[in-house]
Design a protein around this ligand. Structure first.
Ligand SMILES: [Zn+2]
Length: 57
């Protein structure tokens, strides 16, 4: 679950509900509700699959 960091939006999204992209400043998604950039960390697991984690505020 991702949380939009833009106050007072704070909307929560499943990873499948947002489009994660790299716009050159890091991996991020735009909140579908307010359009704010929210940065996420790309993590490659031992089995080679990629997951995205939202850094703790
Ligand atoms: Zn938002």
């Amino acid at each position: 679950m991702f949380t939009c960091r833009n106050q007072p939006c704070g909307a929560q999204w499943q990873p499948s509900e947002v489009e994660i992209r790299n716009e050159g400043q890091g991996t991020m998604f735009r909140c579908p509700l307010c359009g704010s950039r929210n940065y996420v960390e790309r993590v490659t697991k031992d089995d080679g699959s990629v997951v995205y984690k939202q850094p703790r505020a």
